[in-house]
Design a protein. Structure first.
Length: 357
């Protein structure tokens, strides 16, 4: 294990160096007061850091993480991408959540030169070369023309659509999807998304970072064993196909499964079939039904309403082996806007309540 400190002497933040922790905290107090509490905790003797979950799979909450676990996670990422002191990195994520905080931690303890820009849907990628960055899918989509400035990129905060995969497949940037959550100090596994990162065919296989292994519970949901970053096993609600103890394919969320008249429908799998048919944000969800118990309905973010259901039925008739009959939603609900987390994920439960309640 390489030696590390809480503040590497070569760390730079927008070209500014720091003499010591007090110098850094003074800088934060003035420029980024919303981070003062985080950095105070970081350098405290307690060794615990409070962070917020994104709320994408439930109500946002505050949890405490061990500082040593955050350090171990940061070092694992740096090792995977072979990023040493002096590496130039772009930080364009929201600062209030774990992904944004871990970009700070990685740069701070590894001695990276970090450019922090506004966390917008179209981040500013300066005319220079970067060794590493992290983005959400929307940022990747809006930055295709400038991604060549970044050697390696991790993408989290939501699934990467097949359309976006097609657009990035030949880019020279190594682009990886991440799997993880706040409780696992961001990602515990990475999956190549384009040729430069090693993607073969269309299979997205997540491979564990060092010292992490996987298993499944009785629901076929992923169980994470990562003693260097989690004190206990993490039991998830993600249904997966386990390829080995260190690799898996993600299938769907167990808590999203719709039981419609005894048929268990996995929305995420069906949504993949609809990506080329619906060109605005959408998702599938359950609605109570007296006969079926639950019926699957489609939520579409669009101010323009049209007969989408007929289009889907026609597509099924023309492609019965692709879109099965029971995979056609029973209803379509159009909403002017979905509810999103600050990190850009659709809040399915909250969005459904706007219509169904």
């Amino acid at each position: 294990m390489m030696k590390t400190s809480l503040l590497h002497p070569e760390f730079k933040w927008n070209d500014r160096s720091f003499f010591n922790k007090d110098d850094l905290i003074d800088f934060v107090d003035v420029k980024y007061p919303e981070l003062t509490d985080f950095f105070t905790q970081w350098f405290s003797e307690s060794g615990w850091i409070r962070v917020k979950t994104s709320g994408s799979t439930g109500v946002p909450k505050e949890i405490s993480l061990k500082r040593k676990h955050m350090i171990n996670s940061a070092m694992a990422t740096a090792s995977f991408f072979e990023l040493e002191a002096g590496a130039k990195v772009l930080h364009c994520l929201p600062l209030g959540y774990i992904a944004g905080r871990m970009m700070l931690v990685r740069a701070m303890i590894m001695g990276w030169e970090m450019d922090l820009v506004e966390a917008s849907g179209t981040p500013e990628i300066r005319d220079k070369s970067y060794d590493f960055s992290a983005m959400v899918p929307l940022q990747v989509q809006n930055s295709i023309d400038k991604l060549g400035n970044v050697r390696a990129l991790i993408v989290g905060g939501g699934s990467v659509s097949d359309k976006l995969k097609e657009r990035i497949t030949d880019l020279k940037t190594e682009i990886y999807a991440t799997y993880g959550m706040t409780e696992t100090v961001t990602h515990v596994a990475l999956a190549p998304l384009n040729k430069a990162s090693g993607l073969e065919g269309s299979r997205t296989v997540f491979k564990a970072l060092p010292n992490i292994s996987f298993s499944r519970d009785s629901r076929t949901c992923l169980v994470i064993n990562a003693p260097s970053i989690c004190s206990e096993e993490v039991v998830t609600n993600d249904i997966v196909k386990l390829i080995s103890s260190t690799s898996f394919q993600w299938i769907a969320r167990h808590d999203h499964v719709i039981n419609s008249g005894g048929i268990k429908l996995m929305p995420e799998l069906i949504e993949k079939k609809l990506y080329n048919l619906i060109h605005v944000p959408f998702f599938l969800g359950p609605e109570k039904d007296e006969v079926l118990g639950e019926q699957m309905v489609l939520f579409v973010e669009s101010s323009q309403k049209y007969d989408l259901l007929s289009e889907l039925k026609t597509y099924h008739v023309e492609n019965p082996r692709i879109l099965l009959k029971f995979e056609i939603p029973r209803k379509v609900y159009f909403l002017n806007s979905f509810i999103y987390t600050e990190t850009g994920k659709i809040q399915r439960e909250q969005t459904m309540k706007k219509v169904l309640n």
